[in-house]
Design a protein around this ligand. Structure first.
Ligand SMILES: Cc1cc2nc3c(=O)[nH]c(=O)nc-3n(C[C@H](O)[C@H](O)[C@H](O)COP(=O)(O)OP(=O)(O)OC[C@H]3O[C@@H](n4cnc5c(N)ncnc54)[C@H](O)[C@@H]3O)c2cc1C
Length: 497
């Protein structure tokens, strides 16, 4: 029976895993080992809604304390500067997987020409507003948001929470391990200390010290689908004239795409590109030409997309970059971390801390499905983006492997943006669901047969509804004003104890 767990790494993945394990299974002794010399990755700053849900609903961490320490801003979705329209907004709500009962067709059929302000979140994004106002003037903060949050601030807060809940943190660099019957018996630190545990969580980032190096689990590459393998990263302090936008921007570049993430006092920019299509120097040059305020020598981060064939081997589970990684086009890393952690905890609870081989197999099956779904979803972003005609984008349109969603694409081309497309997905366990695919297809104006030509009365009803959302959004409030509200001493969060 597992009674002690050692988590290797104190990046956001390791700390989230340690805190969650200790809070949900308090009898466990949970220790984190981290190397201040190696440090953490220092990027990873946009989330999906499952991240705040994990913190506040699953772990019951106090919103008031978290907001005060981590200073996140709200992310309502992603603005894609993408495709023939030049721009469309992907929210965390249901813009297209929806059907008004007084209109004959689902929403997507009305968005051929204009795809804006289909619901309140997309209207708020269109107006650069954070939240609608309640009758008393306060922001109406809803669950359909993720966060923009600085990696360092997040880690600082998680370290405080970890100490509060009884996780022990040990400084030291792991440079060896001892094998035992169950798998790994102990890790050995550079200074000779030996740390034993019944179970190990490998959250050592791209180094994957236990799963990749010690257990030599093979890596499944996504390089047939996702061609990017590097990012240039650099940001600047926000000027007084730069509004805090309520969304991440994802902008098409010559050999990839660029993100903009909105922190309260900082703007974070990065350019994800394919080293096969452009050199690091060219990428930096293109990035700096687009972002004159960025530092003149931006940092280059290398990565590979894919995941280890099994993320749970013997008594080791990898969580975070140590288990798998894809570029942050949909900011999925922390989403996967939360989902891995919850699945692991569920399984450990169901087997009374005595995992069976079939439990491990099940975990690996569920996690592989998640990675494959994310891979296919990102592939669709590349495959359908016709905005630029560079060699990289031509290669994306012709060579991206979209065989995982072949049935969906065929069905869509014959039937258009109907919610029935969901049955053509191999599986859907993530935050995106069919909504994400429909937004990409409609946003990129992918052609389908039998386009709907709305009668004037129908069109007028559709537009009236959009006008209503627009009016509500225009009367809303920006992120700065909403942050002032939640910092008022009288502000109370629903759900906080
Ligand atoms: C360019 C880029 C952009 C990204 N953007 C996003 C985003 O917008 N949203 C998102 O969700 N994610 C994003 N990510 C991913 C995100 O950064 C990570 O998934 C997340 O921060 C978790 O990282 P981690 O904890 O797995 O690894 P790390 O932060 O690298 O932490 C690894 C830990 O292991 C320790 N360690 C390693 N080896 C040893 C050793 N031998 N001994 C002791 N300790 C050791 C390190 O000291 C560190 O504490 C991005 C990643 C990249 C590369």
């Amino acid at each position: 029976m597992i009674s002690s767990i050692l988590v290797l790494g104190s990046g956001s993945a390791g700390l989230l895993a340690a805190i969650s394990l200790k809070l949900k299974i308090p009898q466990l002794k949970v220790t984190v080992v981290r190397s201040p010399e190696i440090g953490t990755i220092g990027v990873g700053e946009g989330t999906t809604p499952n991240f705040p849900r994990h913190l506040f609903d699953y772990l019951k961490i106090s919103r008031k304390h978290f907001y005060a320490m981590a200073e996140p801003t709200w992310k309502l979705g992603i603005r894609f500067l993408w495709g023939p329209r030049g721009r469309f907004d992907y929210t965390f709500s249901k813009q297209l997987d929806a059907h008004w009962s007084d209109l004959p067709r689902p929403n997507g059929f009305y968005c051929n020409e204009e795809f804006r302000s289909v619901d309140l979140p997309s209207a708020l994004m269109a107006e650069d507003m954070g939240w609608a106002r309640q009758a008393n003037g306060a922001p109406d903060i809803q669950g359909w948001h993720g966060f923009h949050i600085e990696n360092k601030k997040l880690i600082d807060v998680l370290e405080v929470v970890a100490a509060q809940v009884g996780v022990e943190i040990v400084d030291g660099k792991v440079n060896g391990h001892e094998r035992g019957e169950a798998g790994i018996k102990a890790v050995i630190l550079e200074d000779g200390r030996r740390l034993e545990a019944d179970f190990f969580v490998d959250s050592s980032g791209f180094r994957s010290e236990l799963l990749g190096k010690a257990l030599e689990e093979p890596f499944v590459s996504f390089d047939k689908t996702l061609f990017c393998d590097r990012a240039v990263v650099g940001g600047w302090d926000r000027g007084a004239d730069e509004p805090i936008l309520p969304y991440t921007t994802a902008e098409t570049m010559n050999a990839g795409w660029s993100w903009q993430i909105e922190h309260e006092f900082h703007v974070n920019r990065g350019y994800v590109y394919a080293s096969g299509a452009i050199s690091d120097d060219q990428a930096c040059e293109e990035f700096l030409a687009r972002n004159p305020k960025a530092p003149k020598s931006p940092r280059v981060v290398k990565f590979r997309s894919g995941h280890y064939r099994r993320m749970w081997v013997d008594n080791v589970v990898a969580i975070g970059n140590a288990g798998g990684f894809v570029e942050p086009l949909e900011a999925t890393a922390l989403m996967v971390v939360c989902s891995e952690v919850q699945t692991l905890i569920d399984l450990l609870q169901h087997c009374a801390l005595q995992p069976t081989p079939t439990m491990r197999t099940l975990f690996n099956k569920v996690m592989n499905r998640t990675w494959e779904e994310i891979r296919d979803f990102l592939a669709l972003h590349y495959y359908t983006n016709t905005q630029r005609d560079t060699p990289f984008w031509r290669q994306c349109r012709s060579d991206t492997d979209v065989s995982g969603i072949g049935d969906l694409l065929e069905f869509y081309k014959e039937n258009g943006p109907t919610g029935f497309c969901r049955h053509m997905l191999p599986h859907s366990d993530t935050d995106f669901g069919i909504e994400g695919y429909l937004v990409m297809l409609v946003g990129n104006q992918v052609a389908y047969q039998g386009r709907h030509h709305a009668a004037p009365a129908e069109r007028s009803l559709w537009n009236q509804r959009r006008d209503g959302f627009q009016q509500q959004a225009k009367a809303g409030m920006g992120i700065k004003e909403a942050l002032q509200f939640i910092r008022h001493p009288g502000w109370k969060w629903n759900g906080d104890a």
